[in-house]
Design a protein around this ligand. Structure first.
Ligand SMILES: NC(=O)C1=CN([C@@H]2O[C@H](COP(=O)(O)OP(=O)(O)OC[C@H]3O[C@@H](n4cnc5c(N)ncnc54)[C@H](OP(=O)(O)O)[C@@H]3O)[C@@H](O)[C@H]2O)C=CC1
Ligand SMILES: CC(=O)N[C@@H](CCC(=O)OP(=O)(O)O)C(=O)O
Length: 345
């Protein structure tokens, strides 16, 4: 199948290329770049020399629609919402790594993304692509809203507890950390080496765009409106997200009992690995892979459950999950092209 990637020189795009390179059913027909059209991809990314021999091109919607069946958008917020409708009308399926089609509430989108949301008819078509909870709807999607990185790690950590009624759903506190590649390739003072190295910063407390996304998703699973406290931090590592979640248990449970619930919830989901008792996952244990690893600790002293969920932000948090979604949309095994071990050490 012929596909295109838009946002060609960004981190999400280059990570899509890394996985699609070995995908048996996909041919990357076009890489579209608004800043580097006409240049070879390997000029911008020398590590792709002689393996991804592609000249980047500019976006022309009509030509693109004739050439490919599926388009990945690895563009910043507020870009895909202006292009996806015309592609979908021409029969092209789209997978969007940005947040443009994730929220259903236009006021929330305006508040957190600072612009008007995509038009309602296309929001209604969009499917939120978290395969572990939404596989059936993903199969039919024409617009696939790939989840954000923090919401992926957080939701996979929280959802079994929310759905099984074992926690007080009003007590959720999320303390999350990300590596610097989460900010994308464009430079800003926030990620300047001198300000990142040997530093550890909290940011966007109370205003991060993933707050409404996390709340929307867990409220749907709980079938009631829920709010969360979410504090993101940036730490001096290249990849990785760790979401540490604190919730009140509404009864006495041992860690073993809770792990049994989680293991049974994820038994048919190959990319979620629930760790045994006493083992808490680290970001390096999923580095470069599409796994989400989860560890639990039931603190019987305080009646709280501590959930630790780790992913690679560029893989399960972005491009790997996008490919997992594509596999489901086309009826292929969801691990196709993604069955790689994490890079360790
Ligand atoms: N990095 C991460 O961990 C994650 C990222 N995401 C989301 O995925 C998307 C891509 O992220 P990432 O690759 O990290 O970001 P980058 O900033 O690395 O790349 C985005 C690319 O989009 C292109 N672009 C920039 N501005 C515009 C514009 N106005 N119109 C069209 N294209 C533009 C540029 O490529 P070119 O000039 O070649 O077109 C740019 O390199 C974002 O929405 C991001 O929020 C989601 C989850 C995790
Ligand atoms: C370090 C850093 O800045 N990380 C980004 C990650 C968010 C991201 O990529 O968001 P979307 O997938 O929702 O577009 C942030 O916190 O905004």
């Amino acid at each position: 199948m012929d596909v295109a990637i838009i946002g060609g020189t960004g981190y999400g795009a280059v990570e899509l290329l890394r996985f699609l390179h070995n995908h048996p059913h996909v041919n990357i027909k076009k890489v579209i770049s608004h800043s580097n059209s006409g240049r070879d991809l390997a000029d911008v990314y020398p590590h792709l020399t002689e393996v991804a021999d592609i000249q980047m091109s500019a976006l022309e919607v009509d030509t693109l629609a004739e050439e490919v069946e599926l388009v990945f958008f690895a563009t910043p917020s507020n870009v895909s919402k202006n292009v996806i409708p015309s592609l979908v009308e021409k029969g092209v399926r789209c997978i969007d790594l940005s947040g443009d089609f994730r929220l259903r509430d236009g006021d929330k989108y305006q508040e957190y993304y600072g612009e008007e949301m995509a038009s309602q008819q296309y929001i209604d078509k969009a499917v939120y692509g978290l395969p572990e909870i939404n596989k059936e709807s993903i199969k039919e999607a024409s617009i696939l809203a790939n989840p954000g990185c923090y919401p992926t790690a957080t939701a996979l950590g929280l959802i079994p507890a929310v759905e099984q009624g074992i926690i007080d759903k009003k007590s959720i506190i999320i303390d999350a950390k990300t590596g610097v590649s989460g900010a994308g390739r464009s430079l800003s003072l926030n990620v300047h080496f001198s300000e990142m190295n040997e530093n550890f910063k909290a940011y966007k407390i109370g205003v991060h765009k993933h707050i409404p996304e996390i709340e929307q998703m867990i409220s749907e699973r709980a079938e009631e409106e829920l709010q969360v406290i979410f504090t993101p931090h940036i730490v001096p590592m290249t990849r990785g997200i760790m979401s540490t979640i604190y919730v009140d248990l509404n009864d006495q449970y041992s860690t073993k009992q809770l792990l049994d619930i989680y293991q049974s919830y994820y038994k048919d989901h190959p990319f979620v690995r629930v760790r045994p008792e006493g083992v808490i996952p680290a970001t390096k244990e999923v580095y470069g892979s599409n796994y989400c690893d989860i560890g639990l600790y039931a603190d019987e002293r305080t009646g709280k459950l501590i959930i630790v969920s780790v992913i690679d932000n560029l893989v399960k948090g972005a491009s790997g999950q996008a490919i997992q979604n594509m596999n489901i949309m086309y009826g292929w095994d969801e691990m196709t092209g993604l069955d790689q071990l994490p890079i360790f050490p």
